[in-house]
Design a protein around this ligand. Structure first.
Ligand SMILES: N[C@@H](CCC(=O)N[C@@H](CS)C(=O)NCC(=O)O)C(=O)O
Length: 258
């Protein structure tokens, strides 16, 4: 009798242990491969907004860590951000690169900031892709030619400053009668805020765009956006983007042998 009781309580203890193990597994944090730049902020903001547990893994792009073979396995384009979600589809790990794809994945996973309704989703998608194909690359070129290039190329500077100006104009009109770019707050706003926040470095005057200014102020007042856009800022301290060693890593890279 006493032995049976002992067995039962041993079995119960084993079950509790397995349960504990399982719940520890299910709270495994998402790994965020990250450097504090506007593309990185998109994902830190989304993780903060969703309250998802995550651990930041710095990828120091000024030192060339984006070319580490282990990183290339999850981000073959040698760019951050990327994530590994230990609890991906089917409960198995998944890795994702490209900030737009990561935002959509996290939106689907959590059901937050990415509506399931098809019409609302299309609204978000078109502005998200507009950011990915327009604001990001164009503002990136302005940063390059205005702030990092060793030569001053007036034609290139004007071309990209004007294009960013045009894009800001589009956003300003869009935000005239809605608080957020797709109506309700969404991953499309998260994709944009880090870039628009750099308006000064992009040779723009935000006062030219009052609706955009209101949107930016509202975005920056959100606690999760604040946390997302300050994550790891200290890592960037003391890095000189004009340092030839940094430029050799970041600029004029050509195809590499496999
Ligand atoms: N389309 C990519 C762009 C990512 C991107 O350009 N990341 C930059 C930093 S903002 C990077 O990792 N640069 C490293 C390099 O150029 O080697 C995305 O949105 O994820």
């Amino acid at each position: 009798m006493a032995r049976a009781k002992k067995r039962r309580s041993a079995a119960k203890a084993a079950r509790t242990k397995t349960k504990k193990k399982k719940s520890a597994k299910s709270t495994k944090p998402i790994e965020l491969y990250y450097w504090p730049t506007p593309n990185g902020f998109k994902i830190s903001i989304m993780l903060e907004e969703c309250g998802l547990p995550y651990v930041m893994k710095p990828v120091n792009i000024s030192k060339g860590e984006q070319f580490n073979p282990d990183f290339l396995k999850i981000s073959p384009n040698n760019r951050m951000p990327a994530i590994i979600d230990p609890q991906g589809p089917g409960g198995r790990p998944i890795s994702i690169f490209e900030s737009g794809a990561i935002l959509q994945y996290l939106g689907r996973k959590t059901g937050k900031f990415y509506p399931a309704d098809e019409r609302a989703r299309v609204e978000v998608d078109q502005w998200l892709f507009w950011q990915m194909g327009g604001v990001g690359p164009m503002a990136g070129q302005v940063h390059h030619f205005r702030n990092y290039a060793v030569e001053t190329l007036t034609y290139a500077i004007n071309r990209y400053v004007d294009e960013v100006n045009r894009l800001y104009g589009v956003m300003n009109i869009r935000l005239k009668d809605r608080p957020f770019i797709a109506g309700k707050y969404s991953i499309a706003d998260m994709a944009l805020v880090g870039w628009v926040n750099g308006w000064q470095r992009q040779g723009q005057d935000i006062d030219e765009f009052p609706n955009l200014k209101r949107w930016l102020d509202n975005m920056k007042a959100r606690p999760a956006v604040k946390r997302g856009m300050t994550l790891g800022l200290e890592l960037r301290q003391g890095i000189d983007m004009k340092d030839p060693k940094v430029q050799a890593v970041l600029f004029n890279q050509r195809a590499r042998a496999s």
